[in-house]
Design a protein around this ligand. Structure first.
Ligand code: SF4
Length: 377
């Protein structure tokens, strides 16, 4: 079971919190599209054993800047090069204001069956402060347009812990989002990444970050509000209804192999990690001139163990005892010793097969993961 990720590195405008690899120079969209098709053909043997593709994901950047025909062509190429499951999940990330009925109808005709809509807030003032280009009405229109044409697996992305986002405004955003007929919500706390406008303003003292108490309050409002209306928290930042988990993200967390196409995209084949050049022009030139366009790292047993912990421990499935044992008995001894204090503090539970974080454990997940990491002496 494997997945293919396409990174579409273009946006019309730059959001003030975003550090993803993306560019507002839309003049390179066509040559980028050609370079990505070339990369896909060059790497058609990357996923070993002709493994079946269960998920195709268009992320970015803003994939909805591609035409439906371009997205359809990339899907067709994947189907030419790989064995693709009949039930393949094909997700496109999109900004709400790109999702007209015409655009959605064409995407659907090309096989797209899931949308991940970057909403972030339903408060007009907060949207402006984040430099989002859509309005509140666009969000509602996008969801109902998608449903009308037949796409009913819809995820919405939200951000909390944003300056000037009071708990009341955050609750209002959540209430308006859960009034929509959607299946999935991903919600992340704002991070001040270096190089972003928010980070610059923070270092100049021009904005006031939320304090720890407000952060925690936002998280609790999120978890409690979603639980009340039937959303299951299956990963620290991901919630679904009717078991509609993101199969794509879940396969990352379950250690499946994946191929990432496009600048900055990462790939993993079970033994090594590869990451593409994070520069649009250099990526295009390298593909055109048949030069190397990625770096690679072979994974040691310790790397694989730590990867397993970091990807699995934040999910509802937790880490499995038999998986930890498969790395070697000293990994299990190390893990059991390190996790003990968190069991005593009720932040981690042993369920007979493995260990899961409790809801209070999720809040301190970074610390817990850091403590159970294995470091070679
Ligand atoms: S639309 Fe998405 S990728 Fe583009 S700048 Fe905003 S957050 Fe970043």
């Amino acid at each position: 079971m494997s997945g293919i990720y396409f990174h579409i590195p273009f946006c019309k405008t730059r959001c003030f919190y975003c550090d993803f690899h993306t560019s507002t120079n839309l003049g390179l969209v066509e040559p980028m599209f050609d370079a990505m098709k070339k990369e896909l053909s060059l790497r058609k043997d990357y996923l070993m054993n002709n493994t079946m593709i269960h998920t195709i994901y268009f992320g970015g950047g803003t994939p909805s800047l591609l035409t439906p025909e371009q997205i359809g062509e990339l899907i067709s190429l994947v189907k030419n090069y790989y064995v693709v499951s009949e039930a393949v999940e094909i997700t496109v990330e999109a900004n709400p204001d790109d999702l007209s009925k015409k655009y959605l109808r064409e995407l659907y005709a090309h096989g797209v069956n899931r949308l991940s809509i970057g909403v972030q807030s339903t408060n007009g003032h907060i949207l402006k402060e984040m430099n989002r280009r859509h309005g509140v009405k666009d969000v509602f229109d996008a969801v109902y347009n998608a449903l009308e044409i037949g796409i009913n697996n819809i995820s919405i992305d939200l951000i909390y812990g944003v300056p000037n986002l009071s708990s009341l405004l955050w609750k209002e955003t959540i209430d308006s989002i859960i009034s929509l007929p959607i299946t999935h919500i991903s919600a992340y706390h704002l991070t001040y990444h270096e190089g972003t406008v928010f980070h610059r303003r923070l270092t100049k003292g021009q904005l006031k970050p939320v304090d720890e108490h407000e952060s925690l309050e936002h998280y609790e409002i999120l978890v409690n509000s979603l639980k009340k209306v039937g959303f299951e928290q299956y990963e620290i930042s991901n919630f679904c209804k009717d078991s509609k988990i993101s199969n794509h993200n879940s396969s990352y967390w379950n250690g499946a192999s994946y191929l990432g196409i496009g600048p900055s995209a990462h790939s993993y084949d079970g033994n090594s990690r590869q990451w593409n050049i994070a520069d649009n022009k250099q990526y295009i030139d390298a593909l055109n001139q048949n030069k190397s366009y990625f770096e690679e790292e072979l994974l040691s047993n310790v790397d694989k163990f730590n990867d397993y912990i970091i990807t699995s421990f934040r999910t509802k499935w937790g880490v499995q005892k038999r998986m930890i044992e498969s790395f070697g008995s000293h990994f299990l001894d190390h893990f059991v010793a390190q996790v003990q204090p968190f069991i005593q503090s009720n932040e981690v539970e042993f369920n007979g097969d493995g260990w899961e974080m409790t809801s209070t454990g999720f809040i301190r997940s970074d610390l817990i993961i850091e403590k159970v990491f294995y470091c070679e002496q």
